[in-house]
Design a protein around this ligand. Structure first.
Ligand SMILES: C[S@@+](CC[C@H](N)C(=O)[O-])C[C@H]1O[C@@H](n2cnc3c(N)ncnc32)[C@H](O)[C@@H]1O
Length: 287
């Protein structure tokens, strides 16, 4: 418990809030079985649906050289690889060695490197597109990471990011986090809402423009978040953050019980959770 990665593949070995600038990359390493679980459970249920949207916003096409930043187990890299054939190339980069091990196992034909979005291990102007899906909110220095993405694309190339929209736009997550905060206190709100930290579309477009890029697309897309059951939804949300260590068994029991109520509109007759989920997509061109 508490040793599970969250759905982003972070593994918290410290006990601070979700994204502080003092964290060292080592604290992000997750066990291989967690990365395998991410690939077998979370990728098909959630992450895979966004990769074609991001690739399309970036205009990924045959022959391009594409970088997937914070690639995790490589879903965007795989999607791009199928679009750049026959003579394009795709490279993925991530902090987590375990994520990369799974990425290489699934698609041995794609190059995957260990590296930090703060200092991408590539020369200037190496790629036609630099993409990043569901990760910008975890980068400690977002302006710098966007500048890094801009640096490694050639003039005329594209930088594109996809991030969850704000918590108040999330029909299921907003009432769930509210309810958890009522039981566990305001700290629960910040721990459970870290995923939505880049949810302000204007703020993200501002950051992208500050990296010297010219906006070509900025919009919100609706997808879905699926979990096998309400209990599984709660387990993922609570046990993947330090919240678990900070609440009593009784508070956790109350969160579990009330989750059935707040998630009722999103629970199928078979007991699965199927909730809408909004993401913001921003793409920009390097002049
Ligand atoms: C939610 S996962 C998304 C993975 C993948 N893009 C996907 O859509 O499945 C976030 C990923 O960001 C990676 N990550 C977080 N901070 C990073 C950083 N500073 N540099 C590189 N990767 C980072 C994590 O290791 C994790 O694999």
């Amino acid at each position: 418990m508490g040793q599970l990665p969250d759905a982003c593949g972070h593994h918290r070995v410290d006990d601070g809030p979700m994204s502080t600038s003092t964290e060292q990359p080592e604290s992000f390493q997750i066990p291989l079985e967690a990365a395998e679980f991410y690939e077998s459970a979370f990728v098909p249920a959630f992450f895979a649906q966004w990769a074609p949207i991001l690739c399309s916003a970036a205009g990924v096409t045959a022959g391009q050289r594409v970088l997937d930043v914070a690639c995790g187990t490589g879903i965007v890299a795989r999607t791009a690889a199928d679009l750049v054939v026959p003579d394009g190339t795709v490279v993925g980069v991530d902090l987590n060695e375990a994520m990369l091990t799974v990425a290489r196992r699934v698609r041995p034909d794609i190059e995957f490197h260990q590296g930090n979005a703060d200092a991408l291990p590539f020369a200037d102007e190496t790629f036609d597109s630099a993409l990043s899906q569901m990760a910008l909110m975890f980068f400690p220095d977002r302006p710098n990471s966007l500048q890094e993405m801009a640096r490694v694309v050639a003039p005329g190339g594209t930088v594109a990011v996809l991030v969850p929209a704000a918590l108040d736009a999330q029909a299921a997550f907003a009432p769930f986090v509210d309810m958890a905060a009522r039981h566990a206190g305001p700290e629960a709100m910040s721990l459970l809402s870290s995923y939505f930290a880049c949810g302000d579309l204007d703020q993200v477009t501002g950051l992208v423009e500050s990296a010297g890029l010219q906006m070509t697309a900025a919009h919100t897309r609706r997808g879905s978040y699926r979990a096998p059951s309400v209990d599984a939804f709660v387990t993922t949300e609570v046990e993947s953050t330090p919240l678990l260590e900070r609440i009593s068994d009784d508070v956790y029991r109350r969160i579990r019980a009330d989750a059935h109520m707040v998630l009722a509109p999103f629970t199928t007759p078979e007991g699965h959770v199927e909730a809408p989920f909004e993401c913001n997509v921003v793409a920009a061109r390097r002049p």
